[in-house]
Design a protein around this ligand. Structure first.
Ligand code: DQA
Length: 137
């Protein structure tokens, strides 16, 4: 089973960035732990701060992979283009967020991704990714 985690802007700074909200672990460390927990999954990871690169990647994997776990980060709340890409591809997308976006600023309450997603998992810290992965296996 081929699954990819796609992370959007500023998530390359996990472990350093607003640690009270996002925690102290870098995504690389977490990703290795996750791979060890799910050896049966061919798990890959892509991160970009660039909206168009995220869309390119969704299109590249979106007709051959079994699942996409997408944290579009700030683009969640702004990007019609990423929302359209999620709707355009065949691979199911689970939208994840580390924080509970509904408990934060009002502008984080709307997502352009959710309408095209298979499901949404948010607010469980990095465990949100693990729960999303479990939903595919
Ligand atoms: C986030 C929530 C977004 O509102 C924010 O812009 C992020 C991270 C999360 O995982 O909690 O960068 O997607």
């Amino acid at each position: 089973m081929k699954i990819i985690i796609i992370n959007g802007p500023n998530l390359n700074l996990l472990g350093k960035r607003e640690t009270d909200i996002y925690g102290n672990l870098s995504f690389d460390e977490f990703f290795h732990q996750l791979k060890d927990k799910f050896p049966q999954v061919e798990l890959s990871y892509y991160q970009s701060n660039v909206e168009g690169e995220l869309i390119d990647t969704l299109q590249e994997v979106g007709f051959s992979y079994d699942g996409i776990i997408l944290n579009a980060a700030a683009y969640t709340h702004t990007s019609v283009g990423i929302g359209d890409a999620v709707k355009a591809i065949e691979t199911p997308v689970v939208e994840v967020h580390i924080s509970n976006t509904f408990a934060r600023e009002e502008y984080r309450h709307h997502s352009y991704i959710s309408a095209g997603a298979k499901g949404v998992i948010l607010g469980f810290g990095l465990q949100s990714y693990e729960l999303a992965l479990q939903s595919f296996v």
